[in-house]
Design a protein around this ligand. Structure first.
Ligand SMILES: NC(=O)c1ccc[n+]([C@@H]2O[C@H](COP(=O)([O-])OP(=O)(O)OC[C@H]3O[C@@H](n4cnc5c(N)ncnc54)[C@H](O)[C@@H]3O)[C@@H](O)[C@H]2O)c1
Length: 331
């Protein structure tokens, strides 16, 4: 018997990239899953992400900013995975208020809804490594100073802070994961609004050069989506995670130039070019980053299992077959 058999699970942002992969795992574990997603066209929600499991879960097209709807939806849930988010760093600078409304205010409202209607729920919040800003040292552990370089990082920090506060003050069992770059089938690949990796995959498959900004020497770590889902499930079920913050990450650290080489080698005719950093991106760039994830490894036994090359092969194969559902997707 697993923890999720017949349990009631709510996933905000559930039609998005990570939420839909999580939903697939939970459905397989026998959970009764409800997805909440606004399907705002320029965001990451895509109904193709759940095409194979659509008849095994409930989809509620609803915005997490709708407090009355959320107060109703959190009732009687055993688990709540809080993944809905405005995820574009650039958009958070051009439209900071929307980022604040979704990533901070709505999170507080969801926690208030839990306090009033379901204090027994088990919560996991998807935070981001972006809130560390430009690292003072590498790898970055959870004790690293917090110095966000964009509005998104500040609002995600507030979002995770509310979860931890409601855990310590009201006893609502919440955990926070600070995700690093996550990739895999279902990620948004339409344009460069979210991660550069998405647009790289699309450009490669369309025979266009991929563009590496700067000198290509920037270091990053990446998690394949299945490893991220594994971490979310562990955080939700291990009491050691209550009230805690954990970094995710990978010990396979790669420069963006080497990543471009690896990816272009996976697609016949693939090529890349090094171009100057667009100024609006340079201003919020964090330089080199990779995580120290030893805390979650020690406390929850988590470590990434899928290597970068293998994960990229799986991802590119997926978009070869399903790309048309993503290139022009509106939801
Ligand atoms: N993918 C990554 O590399 C990464 C890295 C760090 C943190 N995260 C965090 O993980 C979470 C999931 O990210 P993802 O990569 O799956 O992104 P995604 O954009 O694919 O998924 C987010 C989902 O939230 C939905 N959403 C956005 N605003 C909403 C609202 N107001 N109401 C209801 N639904 C709304 C979107 O429609 C989308 O389906 C986000 O909170 C993100 O900040 C992701």
């Amino acid at each position: 018997m697993n923890n999720f058999q017949d349990s009631r699970v709510l996933i905000t942002g559930g039609v998005g990239f990570i939420g839909s992969s999580l939903a697939r795992s939970l459905v397989a574990l026998g959970a009764r899953v409800t997805l909440v997603d606004s399907l705002i066209p320029q965001y990451g929600g895509n109904l193709h992400n759940i095409a194979d499991i659509r008849d095994r879960l409930t989809v509620n097209v609803c915005d997490v900013r709708d407090r009355f709807a959320m107060e109703y939806l959190v009732q009687n849930q055993d688990y709540l995975f809080n993944l809905a988010g405005q995820t574009s760093h650039l958009d958070s600078m051009t439209d900071p208020q929307t980022d604040l409304d979704i990533n901070a205010s709505a999170q507080l409202a969801i926690l208030e809804a839990c306090r009033r209607a379901n204090r027994g729920v088990r919560l996991v919040f998807a935070s981001t490594r972006q809130l560390y800003g430009r690292p003072d040292y590498l790898p970055v552990d959870e004790k690293h100073p917090i110095r966000p370089v964009d509005v998104n990082g500040i609002n995600k920090l507030a979002g995770e802070g509310y979860h931890l506060l409601y855990s310590s003050v009201y006893g609502i069992r919440a955990s926070v994961l600070r995700l690093t770059n996550t990739y895999g089938p279902g990620m948004r690949v339409k344009d460069a609004r979210q991660t550069f990796l998405g647009i790289w995959i699309r450009q490669l498959l369309e025979g266009q050069p991929i563009k590496v900004f700067g000198d290509g020497k920037q270091l990053r770590d990446f998690n394949y989506v299945d490893d991220c889902v594994d971490a979310l499930l562990r955080a939700a079920t291990d009491d050691a995670a209550i009230g805690k913050v954990y970094n995710l990450g990978s010990s396979e650290v790669v420069s963006l130039g080497d990543l471009a080489l690896l990816m272009t080698g996976l697609v016949p005719g693939g090529h890349f070019e090094i171009v100057p950093f667009p100024p609006e991106r340079k201003a919020i760039d964090i330089g080199d980053y990779y995580s120290d994830f030893s805390l979650i490894r020690a406390e929850l036994g988590w470590a990434p299992q899928v290597g970068l090359r293998e994960g990229l092969v799986r991802t590119i194969d997926y978009y070869r077959e399903h790309g048309r559902h993503y290139w022009e997707a509106t939801a």
